[in-house]
Design a protein around this ligand. Structure first.
Ligand code: SME
Length: 151
């Protein structure tokens, strides 16, 4: 199972303290996009200071216009308020969705907690329809938990 192979690689990467936090987050994006066939765009958004908005910190995949997302808007903005995982098997069937690219068919957003506070999220788009399972959710929760250690 690819996720079992990726877990130790993520842990190792996060411990590379000579690499900046942003670069380590970026390397996580690179690793996930390269190794997981159904991950086509991988990025981290974080709360933008005191503002009720998310700001894109780093990503891999097609460029997006949505570097800032207000809380409540789109899948990402909803996760900022709900603190819950959000899996969208078919983005065309989803209300309150912000389209980034016409090739995207599905999306998963997992909140990232630091000391119990929802400070950001990992956002993944797939060009496949309905590819995400509970294994993706558990794995991405792990990734965020590890990432939180360096934030
Ligand atoms: N689709 C997201 C917007 C971010 S892009 O996927 C990069 C949303 O609805 O919040």
């Amino acid at each position: 199972m690819i996720f079992d192979e990726l877990r130790p690689k993520i842990q190792k990467l996060i411990q590379e303290q000579h690499i900046s936090v942003t670069d380590r987050l970026h390397q996580i994006c690179v690793l996930l996009k390269e190794e997981v066939a159904h991950y086509d765009w991988v990025g981290f958004y974080f709360k933008n200071g005191d503002k009720k908005e998310l700001k894109l910190k780093t990503y891999v995949g097609a460029p997006t216009d949505h570097e800032i997302i207000p809380f409540g808007k789109g899948i990402c903005g909803q996760v900022a308020e709900s603190n819950q995982n959000f899996v969208v098997p078919d983005v065309q069937a989803q209300d309150n969705y912000i389209a980034c690219s016409i090739s995207v068919k599905s999306e998963i957003v997992i909140p990232l907690f630091k000391n119990g506070e929802n400070i950001g999220q990992i956002d993944i788009d797939s060009n496949q329809k309905d590819p995400f399972t509970e294994a993706d959710e558990r794995f991405l929760e792990f990734v965020n938990k590890e990432a939180a250690k360096m934030l």
